[in-house]
Design a binder for this molecule. Structure first.
Ligand code: HEM
Length: 428
């Protein structure tokens, strides 16, 4: 469990199925596996569980934003944010997202040292942050982009990794890290508050302006502190998952030449140009399959965790009040009865016919039920734009040869940097 938690949980899920009680240093973890029981946990018995917010650092960063809030506070936030994630609203975003991605890729074209080896994670983090920042705050984000990038780098450095109950850091190291992290988080709050003020003054339509408009519909306006929590939540939930999924996608494309060739075949059918339209995105079904298969193998959110508010029976197993129930998306996406040859990267699994034949709860990269990912459709739009725009212009030659393992942090990253050489294909 300590050295390879994902693989351990997968073995437990395959061997025991149902509910498996795993002893940890302090108490037990109840691993819930199989689509029927996952549905029971996330949908049928949803009122008997709340999200696990025992991870207090996350609370400190995101506060009472949409990801961690509960009850009426959550409901109000979800309703207020929802209009920005509706298909019509998302289609409007493509008109600035696609040129923004194209401008970013111009930077790759303009590099003097064509043979330089590049690490994927800083590239995709910068791009994903710019997209999330512009979406949330409008164009004013650009002036804060460098500062926010620095802050997220320090957060990573001082973050107390996953709560590894079985391997705590020394008290001294914990205290030092906590002090640095606290300073960094204070800087983050200052940046977000400044952005909220500047975005309001600029009066450009963005997600923040939609949240403010919610008050015009007769609801009590959000306080600045509430807006700050919400903006931080949407920023982190939006950018980190997108960046991580892009790293995995390009790692897999680098390893699977035949899949990449089919992607090229599809994107090259689109008339040449720097950007893509919404209609052109619809003409990329194979790119979508590639992205879905990447999320199956390497779901950026690797697990969902819930706490039982009362004793609850799931499939004949009794979970006591206060029990931590966990769904490992990594394990769920590798159950051989739902995913033949589960380790194989095979986008054919996501043809419409194959997808329709599967249990809805066997594939959960965006979770399911009332706390599912509000940004799932947006994530798909962003991913297709990025994958297709890169594929039209560049070949990312994988330089990393060492085996890459998933590392379960707050999101599931590759165990070490993925390095590529960026070679321009042709002028798009
Ligand atoms: C590949 C990209 C993404 C993946 C894999 C992903 C995955 C998920 C998952 C699994 C959850 C449920 C977490 C839990 O129950 O503990 C979630 C929730 C959430 N996601 Fe995403 N997400 C992605 C992109 C985005 C984007 C682009 C946004 C917004 C800009 C976003 C905003 C949120 C929010 C606000 C929640 C909490 C929703 C609620 O509890 O009502 N996500 N996401």
């Amino acid at each position: 469990m300590r050295h390879a938690p994902m693989q351990f949980l997968t073995r437990v899920a395959i061997r025991y199925g149902g509910v498996a009680r795993i002893p940890l240093a302090r108490g037990f973890l109840y691993l819930v596996s199989g689509p029927e029981l996952i549905k029971a946990l996330l949908v049928d018995h949803r009122t008997r569980f709340i999200k696990n917010t025992r991870y207090s650092v996350m609370q400190r960063v995101l506060g009472q934003g949409l990801l961690l809030s509960e009850g009426d506070v959550w409901r109000r936030q979800r309703l207020a944010a929802q209009p920005s994630f509706k298909p019509g609203a998302l289609e409007r975003q493509v008109s600035w997202m696609s040129p923004m991605i194209a401008d970013y890729l111009d930077g790759w074209d303009a590099r003097k040292d064509r043979d330089a080896i590049v690490e994927l994670s800083p590239e995709f983090e910068r791009l994903a942050q710019s997209l999330a920042g512009r979406l949330l705050f409008g164009s004013v984000f650009a002036q804060h982009a460098a500062a926010i990038l620095g802050i997220t780098e320090s957060m990573r450095k001082y973050w107390p990794s996953v709560p590894r109950l079985w391997r705590p850091l020394t008290k001294k190291r914990q205290a030092e890290n906590a002090r640095h992290l606290e300073q960094t988080l204070a800087e983050l709050d200052a940046q977000i508050l400044a952005l909220i003020g500047e975005s309001q003054a600029a009066a450009e339509p963005c997600m923040l302006s939609t949240l403010r408009a919610d008050a015009a519909d007769g609801c009590k306006p959000f306080t600045t502190a509430e807006l700050c929590d919400q903006m931080k939540t949407l920023f982190f939930a939006g950018y980190e998952t997108t960046a991580t999924s892009m790293i995995w996608t390009h790692y897999l494309l680098g390893r699977h030449g035949a899949v990449r060739a089919r992607v090229l075949q599809e994107v090259d059918q689109i008339p040449a140009g720097r950007t893509l339209t919404v209609e052109q995105l619809d003409a990329l079904p194979y790119v979508e399959q590639v992205f879905k298969e990447t999320l199956r193998l390497y779901s950026p959110i690797h697990s969902l965790s819930r706490v039982a508010l009362e004793e609850c029976e799931l499939g004949g197993y009794v979970l006591p009040k206060g029990a931590t129930a966990m769904v490992s998306l990594y394990a769920s996406h590798r159950l051989p009865q739902h995913w033949p040859h589960p380790r194989r990267f095979d986008p054919e699994r996501f043809t419409p016919a194959h997808s329709a034949a599967r249990h809805r709860f066997s594939y959960l990269p965006f979770a399911a039920g009332h706390r599912n990912c509000i940004g799932a459709t947006l994530a798909m739009v962003e991913a297709k734009l990025i994958i297709a725009q890169i594929a039209r212009r560049f070949h990312l030659h994988l330089v990393t040869r060492a085996p890459v393992r998933p590392h379960a942090g707050t999101t599931m990253h590759p165990s070490h940097e993925i390095r590529v050489r960026i070679e321009p294909r042709r002028t798009a």
